[in-house]
Design a protein around this ligand. Structure first.
Ligand SMILES: [Zn+2]
Length: 206
């Protein structure tokens, strides 16, 4: 996981898929002491209440070997007009790449990440579809307003299978393997005839 350069061709492709019209900016990362990791909206709102300034909504950009990704995010603009990313992250970094989105709205509902395959490997598209389906399941109905959810029955089963497949598919794609490679579960069958079948069925249903 890394922060891409603001002039990368992959970023240019991703920007075509976002509604944001503004240009990407590098924003200094300065985590607020005591704030919860990745909990950007409450952290920024609290800061603005205490010290002034305001919340800026937009997208933070991540890249991996397989894809480039836009994650809905909030940063803080200080009363002096400086932009700061104050939400703690799972990895150490000095800056994030951020695209302000003045059209965006945050009403407490979770907003899904936008991911773009940067390889020619169809297994990475599968990886992205799995992410999207997991998001659909965990945000059905009122759950979209909740950070923590509990699933039951067939829904929970679908979620579990997809979560496992996500890890498997990522590992296979990182090794450069495709949908016709042997499934990593060890069944001896090709992925598309093994776990790929289960994944396809779940994605159709959910
Ligand atoms: Zn399998």
């Amino acid at each position: 996981l890394f922060v891409p350069q603001s002039d990368s061709p992959e970023l240019h492709e991703l920007l075509l898929q976002l509604t944001a019209k503004e240009s990407p900016v590098r924003v200094q990362h300065q985590p607020e002491p005591g704030a919860i990791e990745s909990d950007c909206f409450p952290t920024v709102d609290r800061k603005a209440q205490q010290e002034g300034g305001r919340r800026i909504l937009g997208w933070q950009i991540w890249q991996t070997k397989l894809l480039i990704e836009a994650e809905f995010h909030a940063i803080w603009e200080s009363p002096e007009g400086d932009l700061l990313d104050i939400t703690p992250k799972p990895i150490a970094l000095t800056h994030i790449l951020f695209i302000p989105d003045s059209e965006a709205n945050y009403e407490g509902r979770q907003i899904g990440n936008i991911r773009l395959n940067i390889t020619g490997n169809a297994l990475v598209d599968e990886f992205i579809s799995i992410h999207d389906c997991l998001f659909r399941i965990s945000n059905r109905g009122e759950r979209a307003d909740q950070y923590e959810i509990s699933l039951k029955g067939r829904e929970a089963e679908a979620y579990k299978v997809l979560s496992q497949a996500k890890v498997m598919v990522e590992e296979m794609a990182t090794r450069g393997e495709g949908k016709k490679s042997s499934c990593i579960c060890g069944s001896g069958k090709k992925y598309k005839l093994c776990h790929g079948k289960k994944v396809a069925r779940i994605i159709r249903e959910w």
